[in-house]
Design a protein around this ligand. Structure first.
Ligand code: G6Q
Length: 560
């Protein structure tokens, strides 16, 4: 048995689970109506109501004890000191340094990383000012009006999410697009209505070797040059790079003067507040970007200072462990009631699942408990008219995070009251449901009663903030970052590597020449993969003229 399952707090939680597993939230609230007054916590401008969880004070005490036994705080402090807590890659994990105030310093491996962070932020600020003001001119002398971020994974999901979340604060005469997929459709559709003379490409790639990004970047280069008369000098005006790899950036043909750097201690999925956030800064400006960083920093401080029992990220992380490892919940739904957060669940999927989708502990031992849950979700109220049915009446337990704001950025008649009434109604309905008696009292025909019964006892967290601002977005993202950290520290896994994505990448690289070879290649895969490749090759031979590659379709179109 692994160390975690031998821990006294874990064993106590197992015993406690047997006592509490059938307790209904109706009873828990009936016997303790005050629970909504103490199962709450505030930090960094966020309010967390976790009273609609299947817990008692004893559960909370035991979970806090588990955090102490697993030394979550010690591990957190090691992260903030810059120790190499990413053991499988032997790296520091220092996204928290990206939002440290300029008057702080943090020495890591002999370098003051806070100073380096602020040097890059200042350069990003100057560049943003030049683009936003129209001072930076494209190759033909026109100001930039379109910004296309080319990146994937951590170099895409954070930037897209943040742009969408903060659109209200964005400069509206600039158009932002995000190309990530290696499917040519993504590039073509993102650029087809853009004028190359007014378009800036941001090539965002930590390594600057990622197949998807480099393929899209080369296509962008061709598109741009085709639309600008083929003069190589145009690249300097229309391409910037966000990367840690100056050598590859230079090889690609981007002047390193147009490169904004970051460091190996920033993991891809933790990089939206590094240079990878350049598109965000171009959209909202330097000052608002700083406000977003301040929101992150407030949550960092809360995570470091608040006791476990009132520490938002720790509470949320521990509750995830409670449901995943004791109740056997496999997923967690994130339900933001704000249209601007429509990409937030997709962003969180990478943050949570790439971080904690791990099967061994730090020392390589196979875990004998479940790790990272499957995160998913959609903005409310749309989800209510689709998958909420399963959460309410299905057979699976799905803990939910509801996210809402006191004030709308677009107050429109009674829209916001109606929106928020749904947040409160959904968590109430999930927790308390509807008994057969209540259904009968409504005059329901007996044979329909079972269909209309809502068992309730579906747990949820409700996270409220005043308004969606750059600052509250920063706090919200940091909340989940540190919740992920807490879960990883309990499970004893490396939340900062991602070896699981490597095998597929390597296999794809090996298959490319097999798809393209003129001669029938010697295929040595399994029989299924061999047959699929042969089938594709056959279709490729039979391509009609419409399938012929068109390297610069959009460039040609918009240059006309
Ligand atoms: C994130 C992962 C991964 C990464 C992408 C893009 O934590 O490492 O999603 O962000 O593979 O990598 P590059 O930025 O190096 O292109």
């Amino acid at each position: 048995m692994t160390e975690l399952r031998e821990r006294p707090a874990w064993k106590a939680l197992e015993a406690h689970y047997e006592e509490i597993r059938d307790a209904h939230l109706r009873e828990l609230f009936a016997t303790d109506p005050q629970r909504a007054e103490y199962f709450i916590a505030d930090g960094a401008g966020l309010h967390l109501d976790f009273s609609k969880n299947r817990i008692t004070s004893e559960t909370l005490a035991l979970l806090a004890e588990l955090a102490r036994e697993c030394e979550v705080e010690k591990r957190r402090d090691a992260m903030f000191r810059g120790e190499h807590i990413n053991v499988s890659e032997d790296r520091a994990v220092l996204h928290v340094a990206l939002r440290m105030n300029a008057n702080r310093s943090l020495n890591v491996d002999g370098v003051d990383v806070v100073k380096e962070v602020h040097d890059v932020l200042d350069r990003m600020g100057d560049f943003s000012y030049r683009i936003r003001s129209g001072d930076w001119k494209g190759h033909t002398g026109k100001p930039i009006r379109n910004v296309v971020n080319i990146g994937i994974g951590g170099s895409d999901l954070g930037p897209v999410m943040a742009y969408e979340a903060l659109r209200h604060y964005s400069q509206r005469d600039l158009t932002f697009r995000f190309v990530s997929n290696i499917d040519g459709t993504d590039f073509v559709e993102c650029t087809r209505d853009l004028d190359p003379a007014e378009t800036l490409f941001i090539v965002a790639s930590k390594t600057f070797t990622t197949l998807e990004t480099m393929t899209n970047a080369r296509t962008a280069r061709e598109w741009s040059l085709a639309g600008l008369g083929g003069d190589e000098a145009a690249v300097a005006k229309h391409f910037v790079a966000l990367s840690t790899n100056a050598e590859e950036v230079a090889k690609f043909g981007i002047d390193t003067a147009n490169m904004f750097g970051f460091w190996e201690w920033v993991g891809g999925r933790y990089s939206m507040d590094s240079a990878i956030g350049l598109s965000t800064m171009l959209a909202i400006g330097y000052v608002a970007f700083q406000e977003m960083l301040a929101g992150f920093a407030e949550m960092d401080a809360h995570f470091c200072e608040a006791p476990v029992e009132s520490n938002l990220p720790m509470l949320m992380g521990l509750l995830s462990v409670w449901y995943g490892d004791f109740f056997g919940a496999e997923t967690c739904a994130v339900l933001p009631y704000d249209q601007y957060l429509h990409r937030f669940p997709a962003y969180l999927q990478q943050l949570t699942m790439e971080s904690n989708g791990k099967h061994v502990t730090l020392d390589g031992t196979r875990v004998d408990y479940d790790t990272g849950a499957i995160y998913w979700g959609e903005p409310g109220t749309n989800g209510q008219h689709s998958f909420y049915q399963l959460i309410h009446q299905g057979t699976r337990l799905i803990p939910c995070d509801f996210i809402g704001f006191m004030h709308s950025n677009n107050p429109l008649g009674e829209h916001h009251d109606l929106l928020m009434s749904n947040v409160f109604a959904q968590s109430e309905a999930l927790a308390f449901g509807k008994t057969p008696e209540q259904v009968r009292e409504e005059g329901t025909a007996e044979e329909v009663v079972p269909h209309r019964v809502m068992e309730g006892n579906r747990p949820s967290n409700t996270i409220l903030a005043e308004r969606l601002t750059p600052e509250s977005l920063g706090s919200l993202v940091a909340l989940y970052e540190h919740s992920v950290f807490t879960q990883g520290a309990i499970w004893g896994v490396d939340s900062f590597d991602q070896w699981g994505v490597e095998l597929g990448k390597a296999l794809a690289v090996a298959i490319i020449p097999e798809l393209q070879a003129d001669e029938e290649p010697d295929l040595n895969h399994d029989s299924s993969t061999n047959a699929l490749i042969r089938r594709y090759r056959q279709a490729r031979r039979e391509r009609d003229p419409a399938d012929e590659p068109t390297p610069n379709p959009a460039g040609r179109e918009s240059a006309e």
